[in-house]
Design a binder for this molecule. Sequence first.
Ligand code: ZN
Length: 289
Amino acid sequence: MPEKATPEPEGTATADELHVLHAGGENSLKSLFDPWDPACGDIAYIPYYFYAVRHRRGLVLIDCGAHPDLALDPVRRLGEQAQFSDIVMDVGDDVVGCLRRAGLDPADVTDIVITHLHFDHCGGLELLPHARVHVQQAEWDFAADPPVYQQLAYIPADWAQVQRWMFHQGEHDLFGDGAITLFPTPGHTPGHQSVLVRLAGRTALCVGDAAYHPMKMAERKLPAYLWSPDALIASWEQIEHLRDRHDAELLFSHYPGPDELAQSPAPFTAASHRSPMSPAAANQKGHTS
Ligand SMILES: [Zn+2]
């Protein structure tokens, strides 16, 4: 068991439903998941997912995809980062389009929990200025002056319009009823957080980029892109502890592929706009997420 405190929500309330929303993606080298993988030079489609949770007190997003401008001109929005992320995003793959496809009204969004402030997770903030935005203080501090090895993944324009910041230092029970609990999972970035969501008869653990791929996490194979390997391993231990304690299903930001998601035996409510570009047709590009 990890030494860190783990969320043990006191309440027994549940959220009503959880939607998996597919907001485009990118074609990237497999080395992102594991630089020592023999197939690390192959290109794979990496989807961008975010999640919408309906609770009686509000509609909560966990991340909100990339900025809509990436569908038309990623270079203008991302600058140098566009050389490393071969964006595969259509008009309508932004947060508003994804919510509408799922039958959800963007005006109903009350809260947005941001796992971390990389561009593929928070680019939709500008489109939902009325919502409260929840981040860990450590993520905010890091994003204000990121080190050179993560600088390109942070696009300050993504959060420049936010009016209602909610800064957290550690675990936070969103509605005070045990249904939705945020907790720090540093490693990918210093202020990365994950979210435990209790549903009736089912619990989801949204891990964002704390882990890219379940097998790589199980085998303790570190990804190419990270802030602290030691912190990431400790977060993996905590995630596994929580998964086992709550019999939770892990939900990732970039896994599985959309087809695999649709074929899973008991998916959460999923909405996908399009099939991804064939990896074979993609240019060889790197990735930062
Ligand atoms: Zn990411």
